[in-house]
Design a binder for this molecule. Structure first.
Ligand code: ADP
Ligand code: ADP
Ligand code: ZN
Length: 216
């Protein structure tokens, strides 16, 4: 099953993608993670994308489509892919449909996570990750069991994203409403859309996604 997780920045896509990856042995592909890796590596792509990301705008379609095409080609995906943060424009969605069709596959389901904009700002400004293993946390909503120690790997260093500042979050939300929200209609027309309440607790969201997928 190839699954798309759709939703505004901070909706919980990364959190749920990780949980799904373990439960359904799917391969998670996050264009945000791939772009951040390119920036950290100082590659040509990273140089092109870095400033755009810091402003909270979308990186050009051709660049992210290229990244996804490469990964889909080299990885057999096992049981399928979970796409987190891709597609984000209609052009990307069309490119994904073509890419999968070439492999005799398709997008099987799209989960859209609904969260209101005010909650998103709190989610993003409180977000941090383990510097060693990447596990995601939140100052109020998901704290490590032992303060300052990562639950998953025992690491004690944590990192925040440079674009998780309030003013950048506002422009990321604007980009979502203008460029990404039209995908809800796009997938609705393909009868693939499952809508879940992203305001619920992490475990409850996980259960609602499971029920939606089992019914798919
Ligand atoms: P979020 O957690 O806000 O959903 P991501 O980690 O998915 O953020 O993306 C971070 C940034 O990377 C975006 O603000 C954008 O600049 C860039 N980006 C990630 N995925 C895409 C994409 N599919 N198309 C264009 N830009 C992207
Ligand atoms: P996205 O990938 O959509 O940008 P994340 O999964 O990184 O979002 O979640 C953003 C922040 O909100 C993280 O700090 C995460 O721990 C927290 N979070 C995720 N889901 C929930 C939820 N259902 N309730 C409260 N906080 C959440
Ligand atoms: Zn860790």
């Amino acid at each position: 099953m190839n699954l798309v997780l759709l939703g505004p920045p901070g909706a919980g896509k990364g959190t749920q993608a990780k949980l799904l990856e373990d439960r359904r042995s799917l391969v998670k592909l996050s264009t945000g993670d791939m772009l951040r890796a390119a920036v950290a590596a100082g590659s040509e792509l990273g140089r092109q994308a870095g400033d755009i990301m810091e402003r909270g705008e979308l990186v050009p379609d051709a660049l992210v489509i290229g990244l996804i095409a490469e990964r889909v080609d080299e990885d057999d995906g096992g049981n399928g892919f979970i796409l987190d943060g891709f597609p984000r424009t209609i052009a990307q969605a069309e490119a994904l449909d073509r890419l999968l069709a070439d492999r005799g596959q398709k997008v099987d389901a799209v989960v859209v996570m609904r969260v209101n904009d005010d909650a998103l700002v709190d989610r993003i400004t409180g977000r941090y990750t383990c510097a060693r293993c990447g596990e995601g946390y939140h100052e109020a909503f998901k704290t490590p069991k032992v303060p300052g120690v990562c639950d998953r790997c025992g690491g004690t260093e944590f990192a925040r994203r440079p674009d998780d500042k309030e003013e950048v979050v506002r422009s990321r939300l604007k980009a979502y409403h203008a460029q990404t929200e039209p995908l809800i209609d796009y997938y609705e027309r393909q009868e693939k859309l499952k809508s879940v309440d992203g305001m619920a607790e992490i475990g409850a969201v996980q259960e609602e996604i499971d029920r939606a997928l089992d019914a798919a």
